[in-house]
Design a protein around this ligand. Structure first.
Ligand SMILES: [Fe+2]
Length: 250
């Protein structure tokens, strides 16, 4: 087994935290820039439709998982695990509801949930690929579990502040709901990471760090794509270089 030192672990935690807060700053800027330019309705509708898909697509998997937990409840499955999964699923349904209420108000039309599809942008495909490949090992899983909600907290923190007309006010209220729940998911996942990182084998650190880097960047680039590219390639290069107001969920 590879030797591990406290300093290698603390350097790892510092580096992972730094990478994420840099790109979470990017998520914040994407949303702030998008709404500050009075977006075209088509761009707003596209984002709402893609986001609606993101919120609702996990429901079959989560419902199946809850059912399986029920089959083994208080045997192999701890009650708290089932409760946790059920609340996560309820949160996603609520996000779906608040966003599709606004979408319906804008378009005047209700669509079946299963009609919503994910974005097929290059950035969305790349993010799915990072997630598919990256979660090797317990430490990388822990990194991934707080990395996603951290980006969600950053984008919704910017969204909470938008104003303008009735649509913007309702969007801000929806972002506030999403923000509070994403922040809660972030905090509990971050707590699990902080609790467990000390026990990780040092051989796991480089792979988990690379995964953090790939995930943080790909998630930010997808956010920019979902909002119809408010940030230019030049601005993205600056953010890559660290020229950005960092965002730390709190
Ligand atoms: Fe959500």
């Amino acid at each position: 087994m590879a030797q591990k030192t406290t300093s290698s672990v603390s350097a790892f935690v510092e580096e992972v935290t730094g990478i994420f807060s840099q790109y979470w700053g990017g998520h914040y800027e994407v949303v702030q820039t998008f709404f500050s330019r009075k977006p075209a309705q088509e761009d707003l509708v596209n984002w709402l439709e893609w986001q609606a898909h993101k919120e609702i697509q996990s429901i079959p998997r989560q419902a199946k998982s809850i059912l399986e937990m029920y089959e083994n409840l208080d045997e192999e499955v701890e009650r708290g695990e089932m409760r946790h999964e059920a609340y996560e699923m309820a949160d996603e349904i609520l996000h779906y509801c608040v966003l599709t209420d606004i979408l319906e108000m804008i378009t005047g039309r209700r669509r079946p949930a299963r009609e919503f599809v994910g974005s097929t942008s290059r950035e969305s495909v790349a993010l799915r690929e990072v997630r598919r490949q990256g979660g090797r090992g317990r430490l990388a899983d822990l990194v991934g579990s707080f990395g996603g909600p951290g980006g969600g907290t950053a984008f919704s923190a910017a969204g909470m502040l938008i104003d303008g007309g009735p649509v913007e006010r309702q969007l801000a209220a929806a972002f506030k709901i999403i923000h509070d729940q994403e922040l809660h998911h972030y905090q509990s996942a971050r707590f699990a990471f902080d609790q467990n990182v000390g026990q990780a084998d040092s051989s796991e650190l480089p792979g988990a760090l690379e995964f953090a880097r790939n995930l943080a960047r790909a998630h930010f680039l997808e956010r920019n794509a979902l909002f119809s590219y408010p940030l230019s390639p030049e601005r993205i290069a600056e953010i890559d270089a660290g020229l950005v107001a960092r965002f730390d969920p709190h």
